[in-house]
Design a protein around this ligand. Structure first.
Ligand SMILES: Nc1ncnc2c1ncn2[C@@H]1O[C@H](COP(=O)(O)OP(=O)(O)OP(=O)(O)O)[C@@H](O)[C@H]1O
Ligand SMILES: [Mg+2]
Length: 508
């Protein structure tokens, strides 16, 4: 077993009120891709943060290249050759890509930071990654996907023996994920050991050699990917059978137009975007990265200005200049970037959930308000099975997927008429996804109108009553659910320079 890079045995880790890991084990060989899976809050990130020197164990041992070690801090881990791409984006948004990658170890020339060398080295890494990105671009100007690629570039720049990827594909599109897999295969061939955390079950067969499953902080099993099935893995993860909620398309669909968008335009990002949203409808928005889906949502919500175009709610023209105007019109928007727009990380769970309805609550007496806030947030926590020791837990102490559930929950509590969800199930485990799907179906059945932007085609196809497809800032397709196949959607998603928007498929 001299090819063993890492051996973790009997690992215990407690946080206040939570036993995150109980006697966990894990091992990594040279030249293998070892996937680590489990439900939200199972302990995946915690186990890997221990290996990366971010957390210290309460019990257990770590052996690295045959020697028992302690890893007191991330710097030591990096020097040993262990590098981690985090689930949450950790970049400094006011710095450039290159400055982020070399932070704390900048190349110098006569005691000054040598920006040129730094930029050139960054360029080299980007080229290896086939990434067309300017090293001097500020991170704040980048999409979430690009930021994720910079994080990956940073981890690669350490030339580590052990590379940990904590849900790297969550924020990436298919194209970027394929590129990441190419890099992973290359590193693997060079003998690097790779740990890969994901909630996308279909990726397991594609990239991993072995899979370790955690459940509730306990080690369940390690299996060879070739000798297992995805169903077997899911069973080990959740310990129960998952009921796949099927799309619930009502037979009689309402013709009542709740939201109408006409000729929304802004520079190159939005070109004459027009569509209608019906009462009780789930309208999927499909497209590749940069197609203009998030831009459309943000424009409707008043988060970004537009050059021209009109928005009608229930037939009346409205002028939404800022998000508070949208909220006043009973529109809710769940952003794709939960850290930037969705959560107050230092506030507790309960406060985060009731934040959008705080004004409504604040008109009631103090203790009644507290009690209502408690009941509302307790319901959401139960409905979405958010794993937390209490409603007073700070949002930053929740696992990544549980944070996402809080963001979804906060907008469910809002009780808005028009709900815009941008990548609602990103980072959410297979079981909880089904719960969110049933909730969306329920909301639609109650007469709420939902726009759902998603990069996961199976999700769009399963959930949508109708699908709007965008490409390069234009609406290129409008498909009824019966026509919304993978092939059809992809055809419209790649319809460059406009084509002829398909207008025929209005709901009938
Ligand atoms: N810094 C912290 N303080 C308190 N509790 C924490 C902290 N970090 C993690 N936890 C708790 O430890 C448990 C395991 O969390 P962890 O982040 O390892 O889960 P995970 O498997 O990575 O989940 P996800 O798929 O949602 O990312 C959770 O119950 C979480 O709330
Ligand atoms: Mg995690």
């Amino acid at each position: 077993m001299n090819d063993t890079l890492v051996l973790m045995e009997g690992i215990d880790k407690r946080f206040p009120g939570v036993q995150a890991l109980k006697g966990c084990q894990f091992n990594l060989q040279r030249g293998e891709v070892h996937a680590l899976v489990g439900e939200n809050g199972a302990g995946k990130s915690t186990l890997m943060k221990i290996l990366a020197g971010i957390y210290q164990v309460d019990g257990g041992t770590i052996t690295f290249k045959g020697e028992q070690v302690t890893i007191p801090n991330p710097h030591t881990a990096q020097t040993m050759g262990i590098s981690m791409v985090h689930q949450e984006l950790n970049l400094m948004s006011h710095l450039t890509a290159a400055q982020n990658i070399f932070i704390g170890r900048e190349p110098t020339k006569s005691f000054l930071i040598d920006e040129n060398t730094q930029n050139n080295k960054t360029k080299e890494i980007f080229e290896l990654m086939n990434l067309n990105l300017d090293p001097t671009m500020r991170v704040s100007k980048m999409t979430v996907a690009k930021q994720q690629m910079v994080e990956i570039a940073k981890a690669l720049s350490f030339n580590a023996d052990v590379l940990i990827f904590d849900e790297p594909s969550g924020a990436l599109t298919d194209v970027e994920t394929a590129e990441l897999f190419r890099i992973i295969r290359q590193l693997k061939a060079e003998g690097t050991g790779i740990i890969y955390i994901t909630h996308r079950m279909e990726e397991l067969k594609e990239i991993s050699d072995r899979i370790t499953v955690l459940r509730d902080g306990l080690y369940v099993n390690t299996v060879n990917t070739r000798e297992t099935s995805i169903n077997e893995i899911i069973n080990m993860m959740v310990g129960r059978v998952i009921y796949e909620s099927s799309p619930e398309i009502p037979e009689e669909r309402s013709q009542e137009i709740v939201l109408e968008v006409k000729n929304l335009s802004r520079g190159n990002e939005l070109k004459d975007v027009s569509f209608q949203l019906m009462k009780g409808e789930i309208l999927g928005f499909a497209g590749l990265i940069g197609a203009g889906r998030t831009e459309t949502a943000r424009a409707i919500f008043g988060a970004d200005p537009v050059d021209s175009g009109e928005v009608f709610i229930n037939g009346k023209p409205v002028h939404i200049k800022r998000p508070s105007d949208a909220v006043a019109h009973d529109i809710a928007y769940l952003s794709e970037d939960r850290k930037r727009y969705g959560l107050c990380l230092s506030l507790d769970l309960k406060t985060n959930i009731v934040l959008p309805i705080y004004q409504k609550l604040s008109s009631v007496l103090g203790w009644v308000k507290d009690k209502r806030a408690y009941t509302i947030s307790k319901n959401i926590v139960d409905q979405l099975s958010i794993r937390t020791p209490s409603l007073e837990q700070k949002a930053k102490n929740l696992s990544g997927g549980n944070q996402q559930k809080v963001v979804v929950g906060k907008w469910l509590a809002k009780d808005a008429d028009i709900l815009i969800f941008d990548e609602p199930t990103r980072g959410i485990d297979v079981g909880a996804k089904q719960e969110i799907y049933s909730l969306l179906n329920e909301l639609a059945a109650q007469g709420k109108s939902i726009i759902m932007i998603s990069s996961e085609l199976p999700e769009i196809i399963r959930m949508s009553h109708r699908v709007i497809v965008m490409c390069e800032g234009r609406v290129t397709g409008n498909l009824d659910y019966s026509e919304a196949t993978q092939e059809n959607i992809m055809k419209f998603a790649t319809m460059r320079n406009g084509g002829n928007a398909k207008k025929s498929a209005q709901p009938s």
